[in-house]
Write a protein that binds this ligand. Structure first.
Ligand code: PMP
Length: 405
């Protein structure tokens, strides 16, 4: 991997902050965007902008073609059987709200049970709780071991004749833990229970094959995988999507409307009410081009090397550091605290050194509570990060810790 060539594709990485080169380590929150994705957005506004699926005119047909090509591109990228199983949303959050509302509304009733895990992002907790208030089902929460891996014995013991659904992240946005979702899905299916995967933190960092996983649903966001903001994907198996009621109503999702009876459009349009972010969607296909040109396995190997190097140095050189999440095979996310230093102070002072990290609860308050902390400092890597940046980060943490001591 020629990192300096990759970096040239990201104009933002040339920025300087406080007289120092930007070291961007907030990739879990959002990744930066290569020029070809930005160019696709500019092209969408300056060359082909017309609303999709509505016009006989050339621009509308071009815009529609770009959107539908992107759908096929996404389907191939995650190995879906058909592009009709790819629903575009605003992001992972909307994708999970769609599943909770539509599938959850269909499957979960009084006395039923839904299994989640202790390491879920709020996006995979709150939509279910909103439904729970209406339906009165029970939430079961899979605990984890000290290293941040899920307690799979506890998971297996949670199934009973009231279990209706499981929803779990593929990779934790705090711990970096990569959950064995393929085995977990097989377990759920052995009990006749469908499985929803929150893949927001997996798709940018590892090969995801929804058929191999046998996932019933798989959600992810474009902006975390070098793509544009405002676009996400919900993959769903056709047999489920066909049975599920629409999530939102409006234009584009209908076959015919009258005040007596409305019928709905074919898949996937039944789930895409209103004008989609068709320009963002077409740009997502350029983000996939970018990933595939480098190779997702090369990206993963590079990020793992950054993770190994940084973790080793932090543990060796920063007295009092605690890293949350040390499960084998974890992805390149380092959540940590040093002594009694406040995560917010660490983040603020690292920023003054040009180093962008995230601080706080990372939208995972139940996980923070189970760890007995309020928040962490989180550094996370992407394809364009370098060993020099990792070293600058470690030196920054040492310097800030010495100041805060
Ligand atoms: N799930 C996980 C594991 C995440 O990390 C995030 C983003 N931090 C989300 C869901 C929500 O993604 P978005 O904000 O793009 O909808």
């Amino acid at each position: 991997m020629d990192i300096s060539r990759i970096r040239e594709e990201f104009p933002i990485l040339g920025r300087r902050l406080y007289g120092r080169p930007l070291v961007y380590l907030d990739n879990t929150a959002t990744s930066e965007t290569p020029r070809e994705v930005v160019d696709a957005v500019v092209n969408g506004y300056t060359v082909t902008k017309a609303n999709v699926h509505r016009g006989v005119h050339t621009l509308s047909q071009e815009a529609t073609l770009l959107q539908e090509e992107a759908r096929r591109r996404v389907a191939a990228f995650i190995n879906a059987s058909s592009h009709e199983e790819v629903v575009f949303t605003r992001g992972t959050t909307e994708a999970l709200n769609l599943v909770a509302s539509s599938l959850g509304g269909m499957l979960l009733g009084e006395g039923d049970e839904l299994i989640l895990t202790v390491m879920e992002h709020h996006a995979n907790i709150v939509p279910w709780q909103l439904l729970q208030a209406l339906k009165g089902f029970r939430l079961r929460v899979v605990p984890m071991h000290e290293d941040g891996s899920l307690d799979l014995d506890a998971y297996r013991s949670m199934f009973n004749d009231r279990t209706r659904l499981v929803s779990c992240c593929h990779a934790s946005n705090v711990l970096g833990t990569v959950n064995p979702v393929k085995e977990m899905i097989a377990e759920a299916h052995a009990h006749g229970v469908p499985f929803v995967v929150d893949g927001a933190q997996a798709v940018p960092h590892m090969k995801v094959d929804v058929i191999d996983l046998d996932a019933d649903f798989y959600a992810f966001s474009a902006h975390k995988m070098y793509g544009p903001t405002g676009v996400g994907v919900l993959y769903g198996k056709r047999e489920w999507l066909e049975k599920m009621p629409p999530y939102q109503g409006g234009g584009e999702m209908i076959e015919s409307v009258s005040f007596d009876k409305t019928t709905f459009a074919e898949l996937p349009f039944k789930f895409e009410a209103g004008t989609p972010d068709f320009i963002g969607i077409s740009a997502l296909s350029k983000a996939i081009d970018f990933i595939e040109r480098i190779g997702i396995d090369n990206i993963a190997a590079h990020e793992h090397e950054l993770l190994r190097h940084t973790t080793e140095r932090l543990l060796r050189e920063v007295p009092g550091i605690r890293i949350f999440g040390q499960a084998p095979g974890k992805c390149a996310i380092i959540s940590f605290l040093v002594g009694n230093e406040h995560h917010y102070d660490m983040g603020m002072l690292l920023d003054k050194l040009g180093i962008a990290v995230r601080t706080g609860h990372h939208c995972a308050q139940p996980l923070m509570r189970s760890l007995g902390i309020e928040g962490t400092v989180r550094a996370s890597f992407a394809a364009y990060n370098t060993i020099e940046e990792a070293d600058a980060f470690v030196e920054g943490v040492k310097r800030v810790s010495a100041m805060l001591e």
